[in-house]
Write a protein that binds this ligand. Structure first.
Ligand code: FAD
Length: 967
């Protein structure tokens, strides 16, 4: 800008004042102008005017003027923007002059704002002008908006008071009473004002007004944080070092697009992190406007979101890329887990031309962003956008693939993947281990949120049952983001919700905004309280109350926060549902499968100093898997860091790379293959054997394991035991008894139909012992307990153990696999000396009348009397009551007895805690989980009284589903 701020401009001139031959005769020029106007307007005196014109045309002034007009025309033809610029620079001078006045007049303010609204070059210039003027002039402008525009823009009312430090235009929040009944976005950001009728440009100006508050600090605390005296990691700042000051500067000058590009250089997920980062302890926590920091998070997501709203095609636009799988110039990379750490890593590596496959345990992508953080905080569509971008770059996704179960890291390397990034998060929920925690109606926040967010249990037509919440007393235990999300979700489902936290509100680790919103939505806070015990109804086994310790704060603990101490006072409150949101620890699946992978005592994966590489060469990690429960942005930062380190010297020649890529692509395709039913055999009424194509699960299956099945998109996740598998054919066999609506619907699927997703093999394989001659391993199989028994029994036989199978059915009609050419018959033929088979039927229609416990009791007695084989071990698989009966029977004999538990599960990888098995060790009640500690558990330590009612937890919901399907 040419004008020096503070000078008074000469706005009177028309711009053309000098002539090479000297000054104009200005009067001649004015007369000439009047004569041209007369010709236009006064047709009666046209003759006089024409004469006057002819006379004046030859004056020096008019000739010079005409020459300049010609020059102007020529310039305009060559440079059409010239005219504009001419006026703009004049206009800016006029604006500068107006800003010099004591206050901005109403007319000026209106004109100025209207110019800003035009969104053209002129308005960009004006934005830049205001951005660059000293603060006292900015204040004047805000005062003018406040005084002259508050009627049209109520958010301007009072804005000038204490601006810029303590006053700003807040982003738009939906009112609490409106939002607490639905799952729509709560914080609608600045774009939310469009819903009130403001135009996009008006919203852009609100955003710009927020940016205008920036002090343009030299030491950039929002980006770098504030150094600590002890030299430790800076306090606050941006974990991925977005150049926030430059971003604000670009926005201040109206260059919104460039600002977005700059953010994306450091963070490809601004639309996500802008919404979920705990800004109050990061960038905004160290903002020098400490009373009311600049809304950096809001600005961060405003930029991509406005792009998405305005130019959806551009938002997802990427330069045309040839798939790195096709060019095969770089070796393939495997990314494990699709949370923020994995997604960023996959995005950056794909962008660098690496063929990348992301292996994800769930059927949906996004990790906690999808299954944990609810839609009212973070729309799932944003995760889909990131996935789509990765796919556009050639990245591939294999869902329902559990590294450590479906394949080991070594197997992935053998499959052609050069390097691996592990972003498996920290998904194992913690519990309190207080008495009564086993009661029905007590569940982890992970389970509750997964049932809602991932499985959409609250929506019509979806199968996953939800605990009853409407009108119920819901207690959420914890004070972090998970607690807030669970509480607000329960509130939306009609619950009367209270959050119980053992410290005070000031110590709550949740994002301040979430806590604030929760309170606005009517959620009660019970601070300095901690559950000591849960009380239940003896008949229904549901929780009915909680005994809470009243706490006080003592000395600070290792975390620096004051330690909560019980005061001795106890309070009893009624509850119908308890949601435990106490944080997560690391899931042991990968660690247990990889003895070479070093982990800390907390189970987090260790990394080498200054690197994201683990103890295994070529295997990197980051996010919650390495940090324990942390934040999305830190996970993203680690994923980014690891991507930089992975891009190293490639030790392969071109043909080796091509071969690796071909290999990895084949493997990826196998993982993505539709899991189709190849064969369907009706074994008995309601009992169907399904042979399903699933080559990678078939390759890894071991006796005793199970799979997690999602029948159809709106179905629920259910565990199914593996009855058999064929590595060559790439098939697995499941036997499904149609009891609940999901299993009944699966049994209606036809050959050629595909399951939406089968994940596995899950759980620990059977631990097999070699028994002495004269001993036998007794299998008690109740009904469809026979299919899981079959592969375990086969293993025992193969290793030379004697086996006694006692297979019990309700009646002969329900028996299967007993003919000579069927599975059990064939085994008998193969191992005539090692396998004894006894059938029982409850109604006596086949074999021995009665239960499996009859022949088992006789065996135990005979062994005791020394007249029969010793029973080395009993394996019981079938209905829970039958397993319990077997367990009770064997206990006095001291015979090791294993029950294989097919419990209620959601994720079946330890993430939800739903498959809790209460066991008693040294007289203490301990929580085990069927999916990671089992499914086989020592039946004598199971507290069956507490375990069996768990199968009734969702009975009402299940009945409703059956009715809905007309089953
Ligand atoms: P995750 O997001 O946990 O993703 C890990 C992925 O790996 C999952 O998809 C999982 O299924 C998959 N996986 C696990 N094991 C395997 C395996 N063996 N094979 C294949 N895949 C596997 N942070 C914030 O910054 N702000 C918030 O507001 C916030 N709110 C939260 C709310 C809730 C309810 C929760 C639970 C957490 C919240 N967090 C928040 C924390 C944040 O979400 C996490 O720090 C972040 O998601 C960690 O990212 P990640 O990529 O490391 O792991």
């Amino acid at each position: 800008m040419s004008h020096q701020f503070g000078e008074q401009p000469d706005t009177a001139g028309a711009g053309v004042q000098q002539h090479p031959q000297g000054p104009y005769q200005r009067e001649d020029l004015e007369r000439y102008y009047r004569a041209t106007q007369k010709i236009e307007s006064d047709r009666h005196h046209i003759q006089d005017a024409a004469e006057e014109l002819r006379e004046l045309e030859h004056t020096g002034a008019v000739e010079a003027f005409q020459q300049q007009v010609d020059l102007l025309k020529k310039r305009l033809v060559n440079d059409p923007k010239f005219f504009n610029q001419l006026f703009i620079s004049e206009g800016i001078d006029a604006v500068a002059w107006a800003f010099q006045q004591e206050e901005l007049s109403e007319t000026f303010t209106h004109t100025f704002w209207n110019l800003l609204l035009q969104g053209d070059d002129m308005s960009t210039l004006l934005l830049r002008f205001v951005w660059n003027i000293p603060l006292k002039f900015k204040r004047k402008f805000i005062r003018a908006l406040d005084v002259h525009f508050s009627e049209r823009y109520p958010m301007f009312k009072g804005l000038s008071q204490d601006w810029p430090g303590n006053n700003s235009i807040p982003p738009y929040m939906r009112p609490a009473e409106e939002r607490s009944n639905d799952f729509d976005l709560v914080n609608q950001g600045y774009l939310g004002y469009m819903g009130l009728g403001y135009s996009y440009r008006e919203v852009e100006l609100f955003v710009w007004l927020e940016v205008l508050r920036d002090k343009q600090c030299d030491d950039r605390p929002c980006e770098m944080g504030i150094p600590r005296i002890d030299g430790g990691e800076n306090r606050g700042g941006c974990p991925v070092k977005i150049h926030i000051p430059e971003v604000l500067h670009l926005m201040g000058e109206g260059k919104f697009r460039q600002a977005l590009e700059l953010i994306k250089e450091s963070n490809p997920l601004p639309n996500v992190t802008g919404r979920v980062c705990p800004q109050e302890i990061q960038c905004q926590g160290v903002c020098t406007h400490n009373e009311r920091p600049i809304e950096i998070g809001q600005l961060e997501w405003y930029l991509p979101q406005s792009e998405k709203v305005l130019h959806p095609e551009k938002y997802l636009e990427l330069p045309e890329v040839v798939s790195p799988w096709a060019t095969a110039e770089r070796p393939p990379i495997a990314v494990v887990g699709s949370g923020p750490a994995g997604l960023i890593n996959a995005y950056l590596l794909s962008k660098e031309g690496f063929p990348v496959t992301v292996f994800e345990a769930f059927h949906e992508l996004g990790g906690v962003l999808r299954y944990g953080i609810p839609e009212f905080r973070l729309p799932n569509a944003l995760i889909d956008d990131v996935v789509m971008k990765i796919e556009q770059l050639g990245g591939k996704f294999v869902r329902n693939f559990i590294v450590g179960k479906t394949a080991t890291l070594e197997a992935l390397k053998r499959a052609g993947f050069w390097k691996i990034f592990i972003g498996t998060g920290a998904g194992l929920p913690q519990f309190m281990n207080v008495p009564g925690e086993h009661l029905l109606g007590i569940l982890s926040a992970n389970e509750f949120l997964t049932r809602v967010n991932l499985m959409q249990g609250h929506r019509d037509g979806y199968e996953t049952p939800l605990p009853e919440t409407r009108g119920k007393h819901v207690m959420v235990v914890g004070g972090g983001n998970t607690a807030m999300d669970a509480a607000r979700t329960a509130r939306r489902l009609g619950g009367e919700v209270s959050i119980v936290y053992r410290r005070t509100q000031a110590e709550m680790p949740a994002r301040v905004e979430e806590l604030h919103h929760a309170l606005e939505e009517g959620i009660q806070l019970k601070v300095l309280r901690s559950p000591q015990e849960f009380i239940g109804n003896d008949k229904t086994h549901f929780v009915t109350g909680a005994r809470l310790d009243v706490m006080e704060l003592g000395e600070p603990d290792a975390s620096g926060r004051r330690r909560p101490l019980a005061t001795g006072t106890v309070e009893v409150v009624p509850v119908d549902l308890v949601i435990m949101a106490l944080g997560n620890t690391s899931n042991p699946i990968v660690k247990d499968a990889e003895p070479e992978l070093k982990t800390s005592k907390w189970g987090t994966i260790e990394i080498r100093k200054g690197s994201q590489e683990t103890s295994i060469e070529g295997v990197y990690t980051g996010g919650d898997a390495a940090r324990g429960g942390s934040t999305a942005i830190k996970a993203a930062g680690d994923g980014q860091q690891a991507a930089r380190q992975i891009i190293g010297d490639i030790p392969f020649n071109a043909s080796e790379i091509k071969s690796l890529v071909a290999h990895a692509e084949r493997y990826t395709k196998q993982g993505q293959a539709a899991q189709k039913i190849l064969e369907k055999i009706e074994l008995a009424e309601n009992i169907v054997e399904h042979v399903v194509y699933s080559p990678l699960i078939a390759k890894s299956s071991r006796a005793g394991q199970f799979v997690r099945v999602l029948g159809w998109e709106k179905g629920e996740l259910v565990p199914m035991t593996l009855a058999d598998w064929d590595t060559e054919a790439g098939t697995i066999t499941m036997v499904i008894q149609g009891l609940g609506s999901s299993s009944m619907m699966m049994n209606r699927m036809e050959v050629g139909d595909a399951f939406t997703g089968i994940a596995g093999p899950l759980g620990l394989p059977s631990r097999l012992h070699r028994y002495e001659q004269g001993e036998t391993v007794a299998f008690c199989a109740g009904g469809v307990g026979l299919p899981p028994v079959y592969p375990i029994m086969r293993e025992h036989l193969a290793m030379g153990n004697h086996v006694t199978l006692i297979a019990g059915f309700r009646s002969k009609d329900l028996m299967f696999w007993a003919e000579p050419d069927e599975r059990i018959g064939l085994l008998q033929a193969e191992y005539p000396d090692l396998l004894d088979v006894i059938y029982t039927t409850n109604d006596g229609t086949f074999g021995i009348e009665g239960f499996v416990t009859g022949p088992l009791g006789e065996m135990l007695e005979a062994a005791k009397a020394g007249s029969g084989r010793l029973v080395g071990e009993v394996v019981a698989i079938g209905p829970p009551l039958m397993m319990r009966a077997v367990s009770d029977l064997t206990k006095p004999y001291g015979v090791r007895t294993i029950a294989s538990l097919n419990s209620i599960m959601v994720d079946a990888t330890g993430m939800c805690g739903a498959c809790m098995v209460p066991v008693s060790i040294d007289g203490k009640l301990v929580r085990k989980h069927a999916c990671i500690d089992g499914p086989e558990i020592d039946s004598h330590i199971i507290d069956w009284d507490k375990f069996i009612p768990r199968f009734q937890q969702f009975k009402k919901q299940e009945d409703r589903n059956r009715q809905r399907h007309g089953l």
